[in-house]
Design a protein around this ligand. Structure first.
Ligand code: PMV
Length: 354
């Protein structure tokens, strides 16, 4: 008796912000200084797969990330686990003879195994997919009866950007105004079918872990950058409205103008931080120049770019045909060094994941 294991597996894609989140007004609850907007990637490409299991045989909560055991003692994991456990419901599997009632979840321990199919902490929003997947799979395991926006507020306490990965398509994270963070949630603006012509290409400039984590980078920017104050108060509120319009109308020229400007302003805030933070490198800058020149020569924008807390370029092509031309351009300007890795062709110091 009592030898059973009950488990759930979920797969969650990462998301890329086109209007960036940078700066917290509350570091514990993870409440941002501005709204942000993102696009969620296709679940088969950059994603996290997480299996959560529960058994009376487990003597404590444990977690493995990419096969290596990691500590769950940090407040981010503890907050997510506590919030989910407090909402757990009854679970019954008659076939296996498993019956768990609400109060059992406090005593039962969990084993969590999570895998990213892309480099962790390289500015590819691995924590976004990771915490979204953790919260979603635990909610399923424990039969939590809450909608995705409520779950997003829990994922947010693991990693801010994670709240946006609970939805597909275009997603807005509303900063909210309540002190307890209950209205700082993600909402879907449009689903994944709305603008399905877009193709997102990620040029992996470096898969090294970033030097400055987003947590400490944001803290330093909030403490020292006047540009961040101006951005959060005066710039982002207007940009968010314009971006919502652009998405609704599938207006690629506006999407490009807004997302490039917002990425550049985010990196300008990093430079305005003391000491300055450099996330982009020479290759990133060369990619920006290439895209800017191309868009100008075509007359109308073909490709948008955005860079997170790392040197990798996220490129949004207006359609498949443009995406093919873009890949050809990248391969031409950043020629391959080796052809051993077929999944992410290594080209110069840039590899392309798609
Ligand atoms: O959620 P975090 O702490 O990984 O921060 C993400 C910050 C950016 O990726 C740079 C911007 C964003 O909105 O995703």
């Amino acid at each position: 008796a009592e030898k059973w294991v009950f488990m759930v597996t979920a797969q969650t894609p990462t998301n890329i912000a086109v209007i960036k989140y940078w700066g917290k007004r509350d570091e514990v609850r993870i409440l941002p200084v501005n709204d942000s907007i993102s696009v969620t990637l296709d679940p088969d490409h950059l994603c996290t797969v997480t299996t959560v299991s529960v058994s009376p045989a487990f003597d404590r909560d444990r977690m493995w990330l990419n096969g290596k055991e990691i500590s769950l003692s940090g407040s981010r994991y503890q907050n997510c686990l506590r919030e989910i456990r407090s909402r757990a419901g009854d679970v019954e599997d008659k076939e296996k003879g498993i019956k768990i009632v609400k109060k059992d979840w406090e005593k039962l321990n969990l084993h969590i195994a999570s895998h990213n199919n892309f480099p962790t902490a390289a500015g590819l929003a691995s924590s976004a997919a990771g915490f979204a997947c953790l919260v979603f799979s635990l909610a399923k395991l424990m039969n939590v009866d809450e909608d995705l926006s409520h779950l997003s507020a829990i994922a947010r306490q693991g990693s801010g950007s994670a709240c946006r990965s609970l939805f597909g398509g275009f997603v807005k994270w509303k900063m909210g105004s309540r002190e307890d963070g209950s209205d700082s949630v993600a909402v879907q603006l449009e689903d994944e079918k709305h603008w399905h012509e877009l193709v997102i290409i990620i040029a992996v400039v470096s898969s090294q872990q970033k030097e400055t984590s987003s947590t400490s980078g944001m803290r330093e920017s909030v403490e020292t950058s006047l540009l961040l104050q101006h951005r959060a108060k005066e710039v982002v509120p207007k940009r968010v409205l314009q971006m919502e319009e652009a998405i609704k109308n599938r207006d690629f020229a506006s999407l490009t103008q807004l997302s490039c400007a917002d990425s550049n302003q985010f990196h300008a805030v990093c430079l305005d931080t003391s000491p300055p933070i450099f996330y982009m490198n020479d290759t990133s800058h060369r990619i920006i120049s290439l895209v800017e020149k191309w868009n100008r020569s075509e007359g109308t924008p073909q490709v948008a770019y955005t860079f997170d807390a790392g040197p990798n370029a996220v490129l949004i092509a207006r359609n498949r045909k443009v995406a093919v031309q873009l890949l050809q351009g990248l391969l031409y300007y950043f020629p391959p060094k080796s052809d051993t890795d077929m999944r992410s062709y290594v080209v110069g110091d840039t590899s392309i994941l798609k």
